[in-house]
Design a protein around this ligand. Structure first.
Ligand code: ADQ
Length: 532
């Protein structure tokens, strides 16, 4: 494998994530590009801005886009971001096997403690390894030995190992944005040993919480009981066979100051006045989520219904606005969830709507930023009740935008953020419908003084532990560096380097045709991504 020739002395950041922070889509035959959304992008975009380096990821399309078109589409958005986006195109089968299959129909539910909905198909595992290998070869081409390769999240657990198998010597650092399950759940995975071994090929593993790190170590002990662990503050070191790997528990965050400043902007003020005019003096409860069955949206709607039923005096006085951004709409479980939410919204509204009041507004779209911030400023209460969540950034965004220091955060005990916020938020078990309904009533009647006391506490944490704190902690713990140690690096134009994608053939060969293998399953008539 030949490595890229234009070596630089300074080490640069090379981020590798499943998706690029830009999404491509075709509208009326024309390719369009827009900023990506979701927690990972919200968190990492501000720290990488203007830092140079590369961000390698899939642009989200299944069709092969001519390289020149891709290059023209990504050039302006890379320019604006201040780093170069390197697209890895995936075929229809790769998307089905690696992304929809192993990542989203198996790892995602498993790591969120939902093992009964997992699809354990052996061919998914083969495609996962193959695509991880493709990411690794691109990462090898776009980096030098002194670079900092920062691999993100559960879709890419095997990149460090694949790099080594392809003969690249690189320092690799990993961050898991989702929870790590306990051994009881993790050991269901038929590929638990190779996955743990792959993770131990990284130089540093970052987790959101101490619990996730503890779970990981407990899982590792199930395959190798001779590991030696020493822990100091948020960092543990593990001696595992002939390797020493460091593990951090570092809660990810947002650019709190930027959220706060933007929420004061005239455009957001305009939004707030417009929304206040529409909703009058009714109390507003707000939910903002990516469409996902881990976010607890149906449970939350059920609790709202229960509140309206048991506390009739609140009818016409409270409106629940649930905003959901479309996500993974090719996976069957997500389409089913959307239908369930729509049915529940219709049922609540059918039962309680009056001539002048609709109790539940359901907005199914990605909101422009000013509008989103307008809702955060409007809402008297944010309802963040995932069944399980790595961290959850929505609750941090809500607090950062509460510039008047009031408002109530209702937070699930099962969000990673609970470890930081439990003293000031109203903590709930999202499965406890009546308990949640009672907490809504408590929060809605909370005096301003109490609200302020709590919101000040929350805002203090969000501002102190923001994304810049997180990135510096992460870099320091993993490599002894800080963000300023990665000065802007001028890189060769992407155009020349994109041609080198042809060299990304070091990856393991693709397995047998996914569609042929899946024919065996055709008899049950279930689409891909349906629990087998
Ligand atoms: P996600 O599961 O995507 O992230 P989360 O952390 O809540 O979850 O981030 C969602 C992001 O999407 C937020 O920045 C939010 O503002 C945005 N968003 C949601 N709905 C929107 C809408 N309708 N319009 C516009 N924007 C919307 C994963 C893990 C999390 C972890 C993050 C970061 O699942 O647990 O916090 O990564 O590590």
């Amino acid at each position: 494998m030949t490595e890229h020739k234009g070596k630089k002395k300074d080490s640069k950041l090379v981020v590798i994530s499943n998706r690029l922070p830009a999404a491509l889509s075709q509208e009326e035959g024309e390719w369009q590009v827009r900023r990506g959304s979701g927690g990972l992008v919200t968190a990492l975009n501000p720290v990488l801005k203007d830092r140079g380096g590369y961000w390698i990821g899939w642009p989200g399309t299944r069709e092969e886009i001519p390289r020149k078109t891709l290059q023209d589409l990504l050039a302006p958005i890379s320019q604006e971001a201040g780093y170069r986006m390197v697209p890895l195109q995936l075929s229809e089968e790769e998307v089905a096997g690696y992304y929809e299959g192993f990542s989203n129909a198996l790892l995602w539910p498993l790591f969120h403690d939902l093992q009964t909905t997992c699809v354990f198909r052996p061919e998914f595992w083969k495609w996962y390894r193959h695509v991880n290998g493709r990411f690794a070869s691109l990462a090898g081409i776009y980096s030098d030995e002194e670079d900092y390769l920062w691999v993100q999240d559960y879709q890419l657990l095997g990149v460090a190992r694949a790099l080594k198998e392809q003969g690249y010597s690189r320092r690799t650092y990993f961050f898991l944005h989702i929870p790590f399950p306990s051994p009881d759940i993790f050991t269901c995975l038929p590929w638990r040993i190779p996955l743990l071994e792959s993770l131990m090929e990284y130089d540093f593993l970052g987790f959101q919480t101490i619990r996730d790190r503890r779970n990981f170590i407990a899982c590792l002990r199930t395959v190798e009981n001779r590991i030696k662990v020493t822990t100091q503050g948020p960092i543990s070191r593990i001696q595992y066979r002939d390797r020493q790997v460091s593990l951090g528990a570092l809660p990810i965050s947002i650019d709190a100051q930027e959220f706060e400043e933007s929420s004061r902007s005239p455009k957001v003020e305009e939004q707030v006045s417009r929304l206040r005019e529409i909703h009058g003096d009714r109390k507003i409860i707000l939910g903002v989520d990516r469409l996902d069955y881990t976010k607890g949206i149906p449970h939350r709607i059920e609790a709202f219904r229960d509140m309206l039923e048991r506390y009739p005096e609140l009818r016409e006085k409270v409106t629940f606005i649930q905003v959901v951004v479309p996500s993974r709409d090719n996976v069957e479980a997500y389409r089913t969830l959307l239908e369930e939410i729509e049915r529940m919204v219709a049922s609540v509204n059918g039962a309680y709507t009056t001539e002048s009041w609709v109790p539940l507004l359901f907005l199914y779209r990605s909101l422009p930023r000013e509008e989103l911030l307008g809702y955060y400023r409007l809402a008297d209460m944010a309802l963040v009740t995932p069944l399980k969540d790595g961290m959850n950034l929505v609750c941090k965004e809500y607090c950062a935008c509460r510039i008047e220091e009031d408002g109530v955060l209702v937070l699930s005990e099962f969000a990673g953020a609970a470890a930081q916020f439990h003293r000031y938020a109203l903590m709930v078990n999202p499965y406890d419908v009546e308990g949640l309904a009672d907490t809504l009533v408590w929060g809605l009647s909370m005096k301003k003084r109490e609200q302020r006391k709590r919101m000040r506490g929350l805002r203090r944490i969000v501002k102190k532990r923001d994304i810049y704190w997180w990135v510096d902690q992460y870099l320091r713990a993993s490599s002894g560096k800080e963000l300023h140690n990665f000065p802007y690096t001028d890189l060769p134009p992407l155009g020349d380097m994109m041609l080198e994608q042809d060299a990304s053939s070091g990856a393991e060969a693709p397995p047998e045709k996914l569609w042929d293998v899946l024919e065996e399953y055709a008899e049950d008539g279930k689409p891909l991504g349906t629990p087998g």
